[in-house]
Design a protein around this ligand. Structure first.
Ligand code: ZN
Length: 911
């Protein structure tokens, strides 16, 4: 059933009268419908209106007598009213009865008019709240209407006089009735709105209020009262009220200053139950209570930030969605825009890990992983039925994709120009629009189309340039990975934006000559691969001009290429090494920690480079020479980059003279840099000495006088255990594998998010277990292996093997591990395969994890040994061991380390 009105009837206004008594399950209603142009009953014959769960009593045409036709029957949620040959019909009045549903659990759907009883603070009386929820089509449970158009609504409610009554607009008139326990409240007429955002709330409501000085379109100022209503705990709504007032002012007086908020008040109402959690009724937003009434809220906590996001999202709807409105099939745009704009007005949102992981990265990955739903358009429900709820019309994937897409498109227009272009739509706000019209106005309808219907997967732009000169007639970049029709926006340095298809035009040659960065601010929804000496040198020469975030974005792409092994080449390895080399020797981009200026704080980028270098080191140590200090691509990074960086970083976090960590004001990421460096340099004498001091201080509180930051415990253990060669020292550190709690008072974990000491100690135990196996003395390794065997029933015991596997190239280790594995395998396998035992199932998992690690040691040399072993054991026991699957998994997982090492070899011999 199409909900688009085919009768060509336009409704200007609904005048509603509702009689709502909280003890009844029904309400009485009367709706007078005023038409934009009078109807001709002789021509039309009848008019169809949507009704849902309403019982119609009678109706009048203009001021006629009441009709009570048998055709008041309702089929398919529509009623057909005969027009009885009236001409010049300007209004129809319908009397009806509707339902008030009672909501008492989160499972109950809150559509139409609904009532909830809620216990108040004293716990001995019931507070009543009656409210509405009309999105998308449920206004037809409140009054007969046409859907998918905008009309004015004027509401009068008769209810108990003790109740507070609020609706979209302010109160025009409130009048006590003769009985005096009842009251009649008439609200001001709304502007043209969609029925979806019509609403009212009445009941035992408390409120808190503030006023915002709002700028009007003529530049004058007026006071707009902002009120939060709640049936309980109104004092816990003050954080919400502050946030609403702050961001309302920002949206009204800055972002949308040319088109200010059209109403003269704004309410937020906390409801005990609300499907969809939040509903942006125009002028009266309702929010499910748990998201608004928050006691003991800590400013800037994750919970606070969530509320900030939600409230800003709803505030944006007052302009985009309510003021300018969209057809239902563009719900993804309506919702994604509200979240995009919320992120835009909340400082630093777009660069937060939350945004990058949940929206940006998810958006890039969706397109490559999900082949069923490649574009946004494919996800639009084509069949919208009358009873569709918002969550059925709403495709969460398209919402998530939509946010970065809108961001890219708006940035392409330029934010200010984009906002200016909305003026025309604010002026013509009576009609619902297609969002494409906005981008058409900005000249980028083709880019919008590209995202909505052509986008197949995340593009990779490979930019290559061999020569590094910037002379106008020298060869500019070669660009691969885009087709000549692609209109998606590419963001170059200096705020220059081009459509991909225009990038190689002769007329853009000069622009391209000055380009060194191909995705400024990470606005673009594509990945960039920098290849060729020239492209890399251009980046390096311009490093001081590149903002921290742009660094980070380059490295994120790089990490993706390395992790997935997609077309990696020598430039993918040389880029992070060269960047870090420059940073270590440069004054301009000196590595300063504890610097909270976003543009000068490179911690995130450095962390990522070090993660990439750890991968490269691992591939050399496991699959190459086994020597962690081996030069990479001819650069002695161990001695010339990492050691100097350690010398720069360590004094900023540790006072050698005082023997204490400078624990104040250090972020998790900054500790993480130190931790990565310790791990990468773990065999270095100086680092070993430092790690030794750290581990001894965890055990005994000496020689380091301060607490030890949790973040470096694991890497210090890896470094320290390398050198442990006597049983006495070994026993001391090994106690921590069994229980960390006795040592927790020596540990500082303030920058990490633990709920209890126990949780923190468990985390530390894991870190110790994963890193204590870096010991290389064969006699100690034997002890370690025996410990694993005797404690095979403990979960995660296999973590002890991590270090041993890492050090597999050390003399005798491989042989030791294989003998141990072969000797004990049958016994563990037998115990693992006992039927019906839960412990056995756990043990099987442990055996498989151990096999995974052991097999990886024989992947390059002796892989036939593993093949034979698997055949032998499968025939002796049975296929339940699934060793063949484990073996396949090892091959798949280790492949990119092997590829990485092969790449290093190729380059070495090409040189
Ligand atoms: Zn929304």
């Amino acid at each position: 059933m199409s909900l688009i009105d085919t009768q060509n009837v336009k409704i200007d206004k609904y005048q509603l009268f509702l009689d709502i008594n909280p003890v009844k399950t029904n309400f009485n209603g009367s709706a007078t419908i005023f038409f934009k142009t009078p109807l001709n009953g002789q021509e039309l014959g009848s008019i169809k209106l949507y009704v849902d769960d309403l019982i119609l009593i009678d109706y009048k045409i203009n001021n006629s007598d009441s009709y009570n036709d048998s055709e008041l029957d309702i089929t398919n949620h529509t009623t057909t009213l005969p027009l009885h040959d009236h001409c010049e019909i300007s209004k129809i009045t319908i009397n009806y009865i509707g339902k008030i549903s009672t909501i008492s659990t989160f499972k109950d759907k809150t559509y139409g008019i609904f009532k909830t009883n809620i216990m108040n603070e004293s716990g001995n009386a019931n507070n009543i709240v009656i409210s509405t929820h009309c999105q998308p089509n449920f206004a037809s449970k409140i009054f007969p209407c046409l859907l998918n158009s905008k009309s004015k609504i004027q509401l009068t409610i008769k209810t108990l006089s003790k109740f507070k009554v609020v609706s979209n607009t302010g109160v025009l008139q409130s009048q006590l009735l003769e009985s005096s326990d009842e009251r009649m409240v008439t609200f001001k007429e709304t502007p043209y709105i969609q029925h979806a955002v019509f609403g009212f709330t009445l009941g035992d409501l408390d409120h808190i209020q503030t006023t915002v000085t709002a700028t009007t379109s003529s530049g004058e100022s007026k006071k707009i009262p902002i009120t939060v209503y709640s049936p309980i705990s109104i004092q816990d709504c003050s954080f919400a009220l502050d946030i609403i007032a702050k961001y309302f002012a920002k949206l009204n007086n800055e972002v949308f200053k040319k088109n200010p908020y059209p109403l003269d008040k704004l309410d937020f109402v906390a409801l005990p139950f609300l499907s969809d959690y939040a509903m942006e009724n125009h002028g009266m937003v309702s929010i499910q209570m748990n998201h608004l009434v928050l006691p003991k809220l800590v400013k800037n906590s994750a919970e606070y930030q969530q509320m900030e996001q939600l409230l800003c999202h709803e505030l944006v709807h007052l302009w985009m969605g309510n003021y300018i409105s969209f057809h239902w099939e563009h719900l993804w745009f309506n919702e994604a825009f509200a979240t995009y704009m919320a992120n835009h007005i909340i400082p630093n949102s777009f660069q937060s890990d939350d945004y990058l992981t949940n929206y940006h990265a998810t958006c890039l990955n969706f397109t490559t992983q999900n082949t069923n739903q490649k574009t946004i358009a494919n996800g639009i429900p084509t069949h919208i039925t009358f009873n569709s709820t918002t969550d059925q019309l709403f495709n969460p994937q398209n919402y998530v994709k939509g946010i970065p897409v809108i961001r890219a498109l708006v940035e392409m227009c330029g934010f200010d120009k984009f906002i200016q272009s909305l003026s025309q739509f604010f002026t013509n706000y009576e009609e619902v629009i297609d969002p494409k019209e906005i981008f058409e106005k900005n000249g980028i309808a083709d880019s919008y189309d590209w995202f909505v219907s052509q986008w197949k997967e995340c593009p990779v732009i490979s930019v290559s340039k061999e020569s590094s000169t910037n002379v106008e007639n020298s060869p500019v970049y070669k660009i691969k990975g885009i087709s000549e029709n692609d209109a998606f926006p590419v963001f170059l340095n200096g705020g220059v934006t081009l459509k991909a298809k225009d990038l190689m035009l002769e007329s853009n040659r000069a622009v391209l000559g000055k380009t060194f960065l191909f995705n400024e601010q990470g606005h673009g929804l594509y990945r960039v691969k920098y290849e060729g000496h020239g492209a890399i040198q251009n980046l390096l020469n311009n490093l001081p001009k590149i903002a921290e975030f742009d660094f980070y974005a380059i490295l994120q792409d790089l990490q993706h290429f390395i992790n997935t092994g997609t077309n990696i080449n020598k430039y993918d390895i040389s880029l992070p090494i060269e960047i870090l080399t420059r940073m270590v020797s440069s004054q301009e981009i000196f590595v300063t920690l504890k610097n909270h200026d976003n543009n000068k704080n490179y911690t995130r980028a450095i962390c990522m480079i070090l993660e990439i270098l750890e991968k490269i080191q691992l591939s050399v140590v496991k699959y190459g020479s086994g020597n962690a200090t081996e030069p990479i691509l001819g650069v002695d990074i161990y001695n010339n980059v990492l050691k100097p960086l350690f010398e720069i970083v360590k004094p900023q976090l540790f006072d050698t003279e005082m023997m204490e960590f400078l624990l104040e004001d250090v972020s998790e990421q900054e500790w993480s840099i130190l931790s990565h460096l310790i791990f990468l340099l773990k065999t270095d004498e100086q680092v070993y000495e430092f790690s030794g001091a750290v581990i001894k201080s965890i055990l005994s509180g000496r020689p380091i006088k301060s607490k030890i930051p949790m973040e470096i415990v694991g890497s210090c253990m890896a470094s320290y255990s390398y050198g442990v060669d006597n049983v006495k020292d070994w026993k001391k550190i090994f106690n921590m594998v069994k229980n960390c709690e006795p040592y927790m008072h020596h540990i500082d974990y303030n920058s990490m998010d633990f709920q209890s000491v126990k949780e923190a100690s468990f985390y530390m135990q894991n870190a110790i277990t994963q890193n204590i196996g870096f010991v290389i003395s064969p006699s100690i390794v034997s002890k370690l292996l025996n410990f694993i065997y005797t404690n095979i029933e403990s979960t995660s015991i296999e973590l002890l093997l991590f270090g041993v596997v890492f050090n597999q190239k050390q003399p005798d280790l491989k042989k030791l591990v294989w003998e141990w594995y072969q000797t004990n395998f049958d016994n563990i396998a037998q115990r693992s395969l006992r039927k019906g035992s839960k412990d056995a199932a756990e043990m099987l998992k442990t055996l498989q994890n151990i096999s995974l690690l052991v097999f990886s040691m024989f992947l390059i040399e002796d892989s036939s040994k593993i093949d034979q072993f698997i055949i032998l054991k499968h025939s002796k026991f049975n296929q339940d061991l699934q060793l063949d699957k484990i073996w396949a998994l090892v091959k798949e997982r280790e492949m990119h380390y092997i590829m990485l090492y092969q790449l290093l070899l190729q380059v070495k011999y090409d040189l």
